[in-house]
Design a protein around this ligand. Structure first.
Ligand SMILES: Nc1nc2c(ncn2[C@@H]2O[C@H](COP(=O)(O)OP(=O)(O)OP(=O)(O)O)[C@@H](O)[C@H]2O)c(=O)[nH]1
Ligand SMILES: [Zn+2]
Length: 360
């Protein structure tokens, strides 16, 4: 009998702990490290970490660029935490909200010695927990996790698990008549790694032997539910369903990758930076993210599971077309979806066309 959690299950537990500010232990070839997110760690635990030894604050190369800190490790920078550094100092380095009001004063000492492997993983863990990509890391003995009741993760198992595509299980489906399409069914897909569920709305009974009219829609709470004028998501969602209803068949995947995969809290941080004058891409970079952190392999897997091998894809984003083809889904046609332009989102759409290759 075996009850112990496997790597994916342990990873899911680790994400939950990190979101609460409880550190986890990473065990690598060269030793172990205690890891905590800059965003959720409390002052008492920070002081306890500092008592253990020299603490590094690990930032992404993107964030380091904004702070003018040298990123010797390329995609990450290990900033040496000054003696007695307070939580506010850590948070200000991790969060760009006050960059313009109260610029952080460098120079920041960054580490170049030793391996950055665990540090890099620590930042990936924060990202996968939808937190700011900034982690505090301090070396500990391998037994530290067991002594303190913390989750321990082996680096060699976690690194591939973080980039692997989780298997998705079809949980249930039922009829949901929609204004746009009365003969619709909603399917629920649940990733086996404990991450967010994704949905598929199947309109009619599309012929599996022909390319299906399809939309891969990324969750946008503000656009889809609130009717935000800052983006075109709500009108795109409605127009896609309306076209499927009119044609009598189609499939819309509603992927829970809010904010291009950074989560709603981080998207609101990005919006707050946009209020300060940065565009959608610059805002993501200042936060330490790439422009687009979504994983479209999930969409391809759901389509395959539903029996679809070819699509007529409703999108203006050539990267989505390329990703579908890469994942073995034939894109027989790209169907433009240009709706929902407003004075408030004109600059946003222009930035996506200029910097992210969207077609206008
Ligand atoms: N990080 C971030 N995410 C945003 C912003 N505005 C919208 N989003 C998210 O972007 C996603 C929608 O992506 P889009 O780039 O509009 O469209 P797309 O899905 O790539 O391409 P289309 O298929 O042409 O619509 C949703 O997850 C939104 O929540 C923003 O300013 N910052
Ligand atoms: Zn939106």
């Amino acid at each position: 009998m075996r009850f112990a959690p496997d790597t994916y299950e342990t990873l899911s537990r680790a994400r939950a702990d990190l979101r609460m500010g409880v550190p986890v232990v990473l065990i690598g070839a060269e030793g172990a490290a205690l890891v905590a997110p800059a965003e959720t760690l409390g002052a008492a635990r920070l002081a306890s970490m500092q008592a253990l030894g020299p603490v590094d604050l690990v930032l992404t190369g993107r964030r380091a660029e904004t702070l003018k800190a040298r990123a010797y490790d390329g995609d990450v920078a290990r900033v040496v935490l000054p003696d007695g550094a307070a939580l506010d100092w850590v948070r200000d380095l991790a969060d760009p909200a006050d960059d313009l009001n109260a610029p952080m004063k460098g120079p920041f000492a960054t580490r170049r010695d030793g391996s950055a492997a665990l540090h890099r993983l620590a930042v990936s863990l924060c990202k996968s927990a939808r937190l700011l990509p900034a982690a505090l890391v301090v070396p500990v003995a391998a037994g530290f996790a067991a002594e303190n009741g913390l989750v321990a993760l082996r680096a060699d198992a976690v690194a591939p698990a973080l980039t692997a595509l989780p298997a998705l299980d079809h949980v249930v489906s039922a009829k949901v008549p929609l204004r746009a399409a009365q003969n619709a069914r909603l399917h629920i897909f649940r990733p086996e790694d404990g991450s967010d569920e994704h949905y598929a709305i199947e309109v009619g009974r599309p012929d599996r032997d022909k390319p299906v009219l399809a939309r891969l829609h990324s969750a946008c709470f503000t656009g889809d539910l609130l009717g935000s004028l800052k983006c075109d998501c709500g009108p795109q969602l409605n127009a896609a369903l309306a076209q499927m209803g009119a044609e009598g068949a189609g499939v819309l995947l509603y992927l829970n990758q809010e904010g291009r995969g950074i989560g709603l809290a981080n998207k609101m941080r990005a919006y707050s930076l946009q209020d300060q004058g940065f565009d959608t891409v610059e805002a993501n970079h200042r936060l330490g993210f790439e422009d687009d952190e979504r994983d479209f392999r999930l969409g391809a897997q759901i389509l395959s599971k539903m029996g679809f091998g070819a699509v007529r894809l409703l999108t203006n984003n050539p990267a989505k077309v390329a990703m579908m083809e890469h994942c073995g889904i034939t894109v027989a046609e790209r169907v433009p979806l240009q709706v929902g332009k407003t004075p408030q989102n004109a600059a946003y759409l222009a930035t996506k066309a200029k910097k992210s290759g969207h077609l206008l």
